[in-house]
Design a binder for this molecule. Structure first.
Ligand code: F1P
Length: 587
């Protein structure tokens, strides 16, 4: 997963280092920076295990060119020798890589026979040595020839000693180039790494490479080596959106932004929305695909489509789609949901459904120009702004808002959909204001819990899954979400004196969820009701307004706050939970 940066600008190593800090969400087990050495066509390298956090880069003062990398280990354990940048054997080539070189064993064998030695356990190191192997053809051509030998996915940036240029390329992993005044160039996995220097961006396509020098940018086809035209785009994200501002963490900042991000989700271009509706109305069958929180949005979407539009759509985990792909061919519609638009399992499923099977692919994505957006027939953007915290919070409610808007539009009531989502945005503000203190107090009470259960019925069932995921991924307390009726089919055996149980209840489901709450309470559970009404079955009632079909957007907000405060109480970093990365670009 990993994040990469390359900088051609004054004070390059510090800028690369700053850029890496905003890419840490892509991986944060180790990091490194390199700059050209004073002489000899070699490089000065700085690499560390652990997070960048408050570290300082020490190499490269005054350097005008630098590479940086933040790692989420795939091949090779977390150790300094496996940190990027990697150097070639003679030290003349430096590379940073995000992705997986699938044929690295064969390439390693081939290079070993030619006398190359390897200093790390990574797949990436072969790239540096391949480039050195081909260097007699010139740096740019050597990179191209090396890429032609690589099977797998990559976003790479490379330097060659003595040359003031960065050669970068992408295939399956994101890469964007920022062009700033004064001929400065930035290469990064994500534009947040250079947003403070420029909003002008060139998004490389798969199988494209670029040569960036002072005041020079060329884009070429990896296959032919020929120059190709490219378009510069103006980014709409602002620098304030990628800074914490007065907040302690991105997680609480992004939770607090939901009144505006939910409202922004309804601002969809009329033409695109109409296209979505026409594709969905003409579908033989519909499948919603996603991973993690986005999968939970898909399940919620299937409830919205059923209850609001009377349409049957199935939600399937993208990674499990291969078992069902045969049912979704020509005439079917795949709705792919993803914050990053880079999740490998989802891209794979979309490729199979859209390409080989002939289904139409439409997507709901937050990151503009992401791989998913490119692989889709059309896309609705979430307009949530950058989400930096590894956990999905505002992107989850934006996905719900768009799926709800689609359901209303399919029912011929786009106006009604927009209206209820705007009400939800206002209500989100009042929930945030009213429940913050209560959630902080509840987090203190629950901080030592070993296990916690969440139940919901109907459209609150997918919210129970998302609520449990939020709690466990950020506080490391075991949490399980399930449909209220399932309780008696097994899980109730785990309820004992003091077990916390969150009951998500709405007008539609209240009578049955109350019975489930009482069943748990009579076995000693401590019941936390999230409901618009008080109830004797609840030990604590978290009040959320009743908003009919928009209830799922309401029910999750207090739980996001609770998860955040649980992480704080337990001394966990809410923005970077252990072992997780925001963009899961490996299968
Ligand atoms: C899917 C996802 C997120 C989760 C985490 C890992 O990402 O499971 O829901 O919060 O960041 O990835 P995406 O496809 O929505 O980008």
């Amino acid at each position: 997963m990993c994040g990469i940066v390359g900088v051609i600008a004054p004070d390059a190593s510090r800028r690369a280092f700053e850029g890496l800090k905003s890419l840490e969400y892509r991986g944060y087990d180790s990091w490194g920076v390199c700059v050209p050495a004073a002489k000899g066509g070699q490089f000065d390298l700085e690499r560390h295990v652990g997070r960048i956090a408050n570290a300082l880069v020490s190499v490269g003062e005054g350097s005008e060119i630098a590479l940086g990398h933040t790692r989420w280990a795939t091949h090779g354990n977390v150790s300094e020798r496996n940190c990027h940048p990697h150097l070639s054997n003679d030290g003349s080539v430096a590379i940073v890589h995000n992705g997986i070189v699938e044929n690295f064993v064969q390439l390693k064998e081939k290079l070993s026979k030619k006398g190359f030695r390897f200093n790390s356990d990574t797949d990436s190191e072969v790239i540096a040595n391949l480039i050195q192997h081909h260097i007699a053809c010139g740096f740019v051509e050597a990179v191209r020839l090396s890429l032609l030998e690589i099977e797998g996915s990559y976003a790479i940036a490379a330097l060659h000693g003595g040359e003031e240029k960065i050669v970068c390329a992408r295939n399956g992993s994101p890469l964007v180039i920022g062009a700033a005044k004064g001929g400065e160039y930035y290469v990064a996995s994500d534009a947040t790494a250079f947003l403070q220097h420029t909003k002008n961006a060139v998004f490389l396509l798969d199988h494209q490479m670029a040569v960036c020098g002072k005041g020079l940018l060329e884009v070429r086809s990896v296959e032919s080596g020929r120059r190709v035209r490219f378009r510069q785009k103006r980014l709409s994200w602002s620098i304030e959106q990628v800074r914490k501002g007065s907040f302690d963490h991105f997680m609480i900042k992004e939770i607090s932004e939901q009144p505006s991000s939910i409202a922004a989700a309804v601002n969809q271009p009329r033409k695109e929305l109409a296209r979505f509706v026409s594709i969905l109305s003409g579908a033989r069958n519909i499948v919603l695909l996603g991973c993690g929180s986005s999968y939970h949005s898909c399940i919620a979407g299937s409830y919205f489509f059923s209850s609001v539009a009377g349409i049957n759509a199935r939600a399937i985990l993208a990674s499990e789609f291969p078992s069902f792909a045969k049912f979704y061919g020509k005439g079917s519609v795949v709705v792919a949901v993803s914050q990053s638009g880079e999740t490998a399992d989802l891209l794979e499923a979309v490729k199979a459904a859209g390409g080989e099977n002939g289904a139409k692919v439409i997507s709901i994505v937050n990151v503009m120009d992401s791989s998913l957006m490119r692989a889709s027939d059309c896309t609705l953007l979430m307009n949530a702004g950058p989400e930096i915290c590894v956990l999905s919070t505002k992107s989850y409610t934006s996905q719900l808002a768009i799926l709800l808007l689609l359901a209303y539009s399919l029912a011929g009531d786009e106006w009604g959909g927009k209206q209820i989502i705007r009400e939800a945005a206002d209500a989100a503000k009042s929930i945030l204001d009213s429940s913050r203190g209560a959630m902080q107090a509840l987090a203190k009470k629950l901080a030592d819990s070993n296990s916690l259960f969440v139940i919901g019925r109907s459209d609150a069932f997918p919210v129970s899954l998302e609520a449990a995921l939020k709690i466990k991924e950020v506080s490391y307390i075991h949490a399980e979400g399930f449909a209220g009726a399932e309780l008696k089919h097994g899980t109730i055996a785990l309820v004992e004196q003091g077990t916390p149980a969150i009951v998500l209840s709405t007008q539609k489901t209240r009578s049955l969820t109350t019975s489930n709450a009482i069943e748990m309470k009579s076995r000693g559970a401590f019941i936390i009701g999230v409901d618009s009404q008080p109830n004797d079955a609840y030990d604590i009632n978290i009040n959320v307004p009743e908003l009919g079909s928009a209830n799922p957007l309401m029910l999750i907000i207090p739980i996001q706050l609770l998860s955040y405060y649980l992480a704080i109480e337990r001394g966990c970093d809410p923005d970077k939970p252990r072992n997780l990365a925001k963009a899961v670009t490996v299968k």
